[in-house]
Design a protein around this ligand. Structure first.
Ligand SMILES: C[S@@+](CC[C@H](N)C(=O)[O-])C[C@H]1O[C@@H](n2cnc3c(N)ncnc32)[C@H](O)[C@@H]1O
Ligand code: SF4
Ligand code: SF4
Length: 300
């Protein structure tokens, strides 16, 4: 990370903590909900299957920038399916950087060729060993591994949503992250139980077992892009929600925290690690602050 970016984030953090401010710093633009997959745990694919037009996306990026957002995520649906007016995902990443976003990340299912060297991180969903991943995501594991091997940059971070299908395969993903070329780290979430996927949720005990495995893998030098100090809060769902420093924009609608904000009761069972990490950080939790400095400076 550039020194100037670090100073911007440090200034934002200090102001937010001292004055209990609620301004956003992290924003997500949903490019489309169209997707080539129908993963078992996912409730947000192919509801409209509309690819939002380039000018609209550009306007949404500008809107987030004007709100103060400096960490931008592109998400979907499948982000690599986005194309409009002769522009593709890579053009959007480059334009986001030119607009002034300090960190630009993309979330993808990894089934398309990966040529995004300008992104800070490509969060690529991998949901277990080959067998479990394919149970969740269809027969995609080998294609994804091929795309990673031929990626044009080493900015890939695995993104695993841990649920009832793959909860015993956290270790596999950690080791694959450590041993695969072009992969820098792995980041986890627990399944967030939307009404149609409640059966995939983990119990408190199961979450604890997963966190114990992740801690052990950290000791074994696997690159985990999460904060160990947030684990107790994630296990107990005792972190504050929603995250006021995070916003998402989808087809012109801005929501605080996630597009899931309107699902009744869901925030009490939220499994997204970033929510715990950011809300605890901006409450001024010292352990989280130090852990975040160490982790972010290592991987971005
Ligand atoms: C909705 S997908 C969109 C980007 C891309 N299609 C992909 O699969 O990475 C973004 C991430 O959310 C995760 N996800 C989907 N539903 C979830 C849920 N209910 N709880 C936790 N993570 C979930 C996916 O596994 C994926 O890592
Ligand atoms: S690839 Fe991503 S958006 Fe598509 S169904 Fe799977 S989790 Fe959902
Ligand atoms: S806290 Fe609520 S809105 Fe935010 S990601 Fe979790 S479930 Fe979604």
């Amino acid at each position: 990370m550039k020194v100037s970016s670090f100073l911007h984030f440090a200034g934002f953090g200090i102001k937010t903590i001292l004055f209990k401010k609620k301004d956003p710093i992290l924003g997500t633009v949903i490019l489309t909900d169209k997707c080539n997959l129908h993963c078992k745990h996912c409730s947000v694919n192919n509801i409209t299957a509309v690819i939002h037009p380039y000018e609209q996306i550009k306007g949404e990026m500008r809107q987030l920038y004007d709100m103060g957002v400096r960490i931008l995520f592109f998400c979907g649906g499948e982000t690599f399916m986005w194309k409009d007016s002769g522009k593709n995902l890579r053009d959007l990443v480059i334009e986001a950087k030119e607009m002034g976003f300090l960190i630009v990340n993309v979330v993808t299912n990894g089934t398309f060729p990966i040529d995004l060297p300008e992104a800070d991180l490509i969060l690529l969903s991998l949901d277990g060993d080959k067998e479990r991943h394919n149970m969740v995501r269809g027969d995609t594991y080998d294609t994804i591994m091929g795309n990673i091997a031929s990626a044009t940059s080493d900015n890939i971070c695995f993104y695993m949503a841990i649920n009832q299908i793959n909860k015993d395969h956290v270790r596999d993903v950690c080791i694959t992250a450590r041993d695969t070329k072009n992969v820098r780290a792995v980041s986890f979430n627990f399944h967030t139980p939307y009404p149609d996927t409640r059966e995939l949720a983990l119990s408190k005990e199961e979450k604890k077992e997963c966190c114990d495995v992740i801690k052990q893998m950290m000791k074994e030098k696997c690159p985990v892009f999460n904060l160990k100090s947030a684990f107790p809060y994630l296990i107990n769902n005792s972190f504050p929600t929603p995250c006021h420093q995070c916003v998402v924009i989808e087809n012109g609608k801005v929501s605080t925290c996630g597009r899931c904000i309107d699902v009744p009761g869901l925030c009490d069972e939220c499994g997204y690690f970033f929510v715990a990490e950011y809300t605890l950080l901006f409450k001024g939790n010292f352990k989280i602050i130090f852990d975040m400095l160490r982790t972010y400076l290592k991987y971005i």
